[in-house]
Design a protein around this ligand. Structure first.
Ligand SMILES: Nc1ncnc2c1ncn2[C@@H]1O[C@H](COP(=O)(O)OP(=O)(O)OP(=O)(O)O)[C@@H](O)[C@H]1O
Ligand SMILES: [Mg+2]
Length: 264
């Protein structure tokens, strides 16, 4: 049985305005995929393709209009199955927006531990120290507040919070996209390491081809809500020349200063 299985998932957003006559916008259309435990799926696509929407659906935050999401064979939108919540965690792009600035790092990481595991104070202390080491920070950092960390360090705090409950799957929604080159490489290393030592599966949402290639075992391209490319290996993805892969590569290349056009 696959860890995660999406069956014909479709989603659309209605127009919220009173008496609006505009049609609903289809954001995901008939998306089916499977993800095996301990593997990373690189989910690529241009802005507005529906990647984050798919991420929210996987987290149980947004019920799709059609289709099923099975985690360990159980439909996560079944009222009865709430166990998956500690097993699927998320790391977002903007680490400063993802944490409460009034809480210390220790309080931030402790939140899922107290919510889901109910540890004793001693066990909690030990777990917090262990998590800090796992993400390359020090136990003394636990008393610091978010504004006392760099972006890369705070992303490590967010990763510590995400792995705190021993999840099986982490949704990484552009989790390295705001980091500079050095921090990006370091966080990708950390994520690869955690994947191997903890047997984690990732859905790595990104439009950064190089970052995707550094971490993913399998690759898919989402375009206007539809899966338009499925590449089962790094090699098949890096050697692909179809129009969808080219569009993704060009979108990244255009960021190079040489390719930027100055608008007047
Ligand atoms: N809550 C919402 N209500 C209405 N429309 C939404 C909502 N969330 C997203 N959308 C629309 O759904 C489409 C897909 O958005 P989504 O955020 O999933 O794209 P994305 O692939 O993550 O893009 P990006 O790379 O820019 O993060 C967009 O057209 C967006 O405007
Ligand atoms: Mg997004």
């Amino acid at each position: 049985m696959s860890l995660l299985q999406l069956e014909h998932v479709s989603h659309r957003y209605g127009n919220q305005r009173f008496l609006a006559r505009q049609a609903e916008q289809t954001v995901l259309q008939d998306v089916s995929l499977t993800l095996e435990a301990g593997t990373c799926l690189g989910l690529l696509g241009r802005s507005g393709a529906g990647k984050s929407t798919l991420g929210r659906i996987l987290l149980g935050l947004e019920r799709p209009k059609a289709g099923r999401v099975l985690f360990n064979g159980q439909d996560i939108y079944d009222a009865a199955s709430k166990d998956f919540r500690k097993d699927i965690q998320v790391v977002f792009q903007d680490s400063f927006a993802a944490v409460n600035p009034k809480l210390t790092a220790g309080q931030i990481i402790a939140e899922p531990l107290t919510n889901f595991l109910g540890l004793s104070p001693d066990a909690l202390d030990e777990r917090l120290g262990g998590l800090m080491t796992q993400v390359g920070l020090s136990k003394t950092d636990l008393t610091k507040y978010p504004n006392q960390f760099s972006g890369g360090q705070l992303q490590r705090i967010c990763i510590a919070r995400a792995i705190a409950t021993n999840p099986k799957l982490i949704i990484l929604d552009e989790a390295v996209s705001s980091l500079d080159m050095v921090n990006k490489a370091l966080i990708l290393d950390l994520l690869r390491n955690l994947k191997e030592t903890l047997g984690l599966a990732y859905v790595f949402i990104t439009h950064d081809v190089q970052a995707a290639q550094a971490l993913s075992d399998r690759f898919m391209i989402l375009d206007q809500g539809q899966l338009v490319g499925d590449y089962p290996t790094l090699r098949s993805f890096s050697e692909a020349t179809d129009e969808h892969v080219q569009a993704i590569r060009q979108a990244v290349l255009a960021i190079h200063p040489r390719d930027r056009t100055i608008r007047k």
